[in-house]
Design a protein around this ligand. Structure first.
Ligand code: MTE
Ligand code: HPA
Ligand code: MOS
Length: 779
């Protein structure tokens, strides 16, 4: 292999144990094609490939299934239906209802009914076409409104309230109400869902999975096989993107591959073709949000009532948490002195929706931001002033669920961004431009994000690590987190090197495996570094203490006067190379292996009372976005974006920058071009890149300034850093607000034109037309 250019290894050359912009540990492998994904692993000669038959109806009873022709097809080795599953057919993450294979009935188009194993993927897919299923079709419920009307829920509704919002709204000087339909989002990870299963002895199996949650893969594989967890190992080297789409959804592929592997005692690969992936795996939830607010003439909010209805699909999956998180973020960054926030989990005959970067947070926040804009236009003020007036502050710092904000970040952060983005001057220029321009209208919006960091299920806020120092001084660390491109392993290696005081090159992060670290939580909720970094550091501290004790004894020095830094052990003026220290410790029979553990302190939320502290802290940010809309077509461009993101004391500014830019552009895709559509039979029609448009390099804002708010985390997180994975996605709400701002200019910013998500050019065209018609009718 060619020697790596130094510049690719380090973006900046600083001492390895200070926070530095180290390149992603696999960056060079990613760009040269040497990073191994599951589909790159050379195939075993006797490997089987899987394909499945999906339901043709959104709601139907299965009357009969004809499998003979498929069984006789060339290359086919095995064909199964639900009855062939040795253990449980249910592969749900939390509740129940997600079936590996359908039983008596099907609940959405594409639901897997039959699975075929053959000597090639092509043979398996051809055989699937020979399966004949007879259905008795029933009426299907496809919309969230329909489900809400009939109170068809996958789980009970839930309400958070503080004070008497209804009375406060009635008493306020002004009232307004609004509603908003937000469509979902396809994850569109570059690497599709995939799993490989290898049969072991004693009926066990080792599965290689593209999953954010190997422990759950292990658990569900054991359940479908009907064996104890110790017979199943799940391993994840890396994913080619996940974005929440592989938190729960990856498990079914692993389970399917495992069932065939054990039945046939052959290696099995199950890789979903993109169209199956887009049809059969869950997406971001659609939400239908309704809100009512009471406010003063200066725009200060007195009371808010919101109903957030998530389209969950046919089963709960992770929807309870997703809708809860939407509710927790329905305040975004604003103090509601009284509030009633209700969340509904609507059951529909569609694929079961799941985690997606933000986990319901974005859908709650859009409601808050739409409402703030509405209030600003109702009182005739600049939306930024109304936002600033309603921000949480020292004496108005309690959320509707009773968590007091201990750290005040946004007032200063917004002030700073307002200056650097030159908001006021540009607002004036845009107003002037819009008065004189008839075909093109510009819009501007500066919106904040306050995102709660911790899993909202308390027990998930724990992590483990396993650390070995080998006799040559090299360090091997396993932890419970998975790498999906976000740079978690890079940050863990940095934390371990910094913790020991040794060079980064000493540290290697292992593939995530359930036989290395047990019972790990999913890598999600942006908490991967917070949790696993602390667990790794805990193990580092244990081993470092042992090494220091060994050095104290061996060199006859006071332990207080010994330190490890710059890859050396320092005893007064004497420096012993780290590798030599380790070798000596090994000869002296010191244990050089340790586990680490961490559980998040301070958190606790009582869901029955809907009060408490679900989050350890909040990650904050703000974005100012400017757009230019062509009124003739509704087409638009995002001409400038300025972002200020609070990442605490960054562990790796280069990686954090990538997360902010990537998250923002992914969020822009959600609010602008990504349009998920179903036909009236419940069949998805946006099922390929030809009819579903994710942003490309050409959609990145023309001017894109990203900066970090320089302040360490007030909480004792790992080296005072803050989570960065999800929060930046929600900064893109500013683009949506800017588009609505551009349209509102047609009615002198006095009218709130209706706009949903995504604001496709077609929708923006209608939004602008509504504003124009309002202006004409009222002039
Ligand atoms: N970045 C990349 N490149 N690929 C991904 O799949 N997933 C996001 C975010 N950033 C993702 C990503 C999501 S949904 C989450 S929850 C976090 O990364 C998870 O990783 P972390 O907790 O280590 O930040
Ligand atoms: N965020 C992301 N994923 C999750 C959560 C959460 O709060 N809870 C369970 N899975
Ligand atoms: Mo991220 S949606 O929490 O995987």
């Amino acid at each position: 292999m060619r020697k790596l250019p130094k510049a690719l290894l380090r973006v900046q050359t600083e001492s390895a144990h200070k926070p530095t912009s180290i390149a992603h540990e696999s960056a060079y492998k990613h760009v040269t094609g040497r990073a191994q994904y599951l589909d790159d692993i050379p195939e075993w000669p006797n490997m089987l490939h899987l394909a499945t038959v999906g339901a043709e109806h959104a709601s139907a009873m299965i009357e009969s299934i004809e499998l003979d022709a498929a069984r006789r097809a060339p290359g086919v080795v095995d064909v199964i239906t639900q009855g062939d599953i040795p253990g449980s057919a249910d592969v749900s993450p939390v509740f129940s209802g997600d079936l590996l294979l359908a039983g008596e009935r099907v609940d959405y188009v594409g639901q897997t009914v039959v699975a075929v194993a053959a000597t090639s993927l092509e043979a398996a897919r051809r055989a699937c076409k020979l399966v004949n299923i007879h259905y008795r079709s029933e009426s299907a419920r496809l919309s969230v409104q329909e489900a809400l009307e009939r109170e068809e829920f996958v789980l009970p509704s839930h309400t958070i309230s503080s004070g008497d919002a209804g009375a406060a709204i009635a008493r306020a000087e002004h009232q307004l109400q609004g509603e908003l339909y937000l469509r979902g989002q396809e994850h569109f990870y570059l690497e599709g869902q995939i799993s490989i299963a290898l049969p072991n002895e004693d009926g066990g199996v080792r599965v290689y999975s593209s999953s954010q949650h190997p422990a759950e893969v292990q658990k569900l594989v054991a359940q479908v096989l009907g064996v104890p967890l110790h017979l199943v190992q799940a391993e994840v080297r890396r994913m080619g993107g996940a974005f929440g789409g592989k938190e729960s959804q990856a498990a079914a592929l692993a389970c399917m591959a495992a069932v065939f592997a054990v039945r046939n005692q052959r290696p099995v690969k199950y890789r979903m073709p993109r169209r199956d992936d887009m049809t059969q795996t869950g997406k971001r939830h659609d939400f239908w949000n309704q809100y009512r607010a009471g406010f003063d003439s200066d725009g200060v909010i007195r009371g808010v009532e919101m109903d957030l209805a998530g389209l969950c699909g046919h089963s709960p999956d992770l929807s309870d948490g997703v809708v809860d998180r939407a509710m927790f973020h329905a305040d975004n960054a604003y103090f509601y002195s009284t509030a009633r926030i209700s969340g509904h989990r609507c059951r529909t005959n569609t694929v079961s929706n799941t985690a997606f970067r933000g986990f319901g947070g974005p859908q709650g926040m859009v409601a808050a931001e739409a409402m703030l804009d509405d209030i600003a236009r109702a009182v005739g003020a600049d939306p930024l002033d109304i936002r600033k007036r309603n921000l949480y502050s020292a004496d108005r710092n309690t959320t509707p669920y009773g968590q007091a904000l201990e750290e005040e970040v946004l007032p200063q952060l917004i002030e700073q961004l307002e200056q650097t983005a030159d908001y006021r001057a540009r607002r004036e220029q845009i107003r002037a431009f819009n008065v004189s321009s008839t075909q093109i209208k510009k819009g501007l919006a500066l919106t904040p994000v306050k995102f709660g960091i911790s899993f909202t299920s308390k027990h998930l806020n724990q992590a483990g690590a396993l650390l070995h120092i080998y006799a040559d001084g090299s360090i091997h660390v396993s932890h419970g987190g998975t790498e999906m491109g976000q740079g978690l392993h890079t940050k863990i290696a940095q934390i371990v090197a910094r913790g020991f005081g040794v060079d980064l090159e000493r540290v290697r992060v292992a593939a995530t495996a359930t036989d290395q670290v047990p019972n790990a939580s999913p890598t999600a909720a942006s908490a991967g570094t917070d949790l696993n970094g602390m667990a790794a550091l805990n193990a580092v501290n244990t081993l470092k203490q042992r090494l220091l004790e060994y050095a104290a004894e061996t060199y006859g020095a006071d332990i207080e006067r010994i330190s490890i830094r710059d890859d050396q052990c320092w005893i007064a003026q004497r420096a012993i190379p780290f590798a030599e220290l380790v070798k000596g410790a090994y000869i002296d029979r010191v244990s050089l292996s340790a586990t680490g553990f961490y559980r998040t302190p301070k958190i606790g939320y009582n869901r029955t009372a809907a009060r408490g502290r679900p989050f350890l802290y909040f990650a904050n940010g703000a974005a100012a976005s400017e757009v230019e809309v062509d009124l003739n077509t509704g087409e638009y461009r995002v001409t400038r974006v300025d972002i200020l993101q609070d990442v605490g004391d960054s562990l790796n500014p280069a990686i954090d920058l990538g997360q902010v830019e990537g998250g923002f552009v992914q969020g822009m895709g959600w609010v602008t071009s990504e349009e998920l559509l179903w036909n009236d039979q419940g069949r998805i029609i946006s099922d390929s890149p030809a009819n579903y448009k994710i942003p490309t390099a050409g959609d990145v804002p023309e001017i894109f300034n990203v900066d970090f708010f320089q302040r360490p985390n007030a909480e004792e997180t790992v080296y005072r850093s803050k989570a960065v994975g999800e929060p930046p996605l929600m900064l893109a709400i500013s683009v949506w607000c800017a588009l609505r701002d551009a349209c509102a200019s047609l009615a002198e910013y006095r009218y709130n034109p209706p706009l949903g998500v995504p604001a496709t050019p077609e929708q923006v065209y209608f939004c602008a037309r509504a504003a124009k018609e309002y202006a004409e009718a009222t002039s």
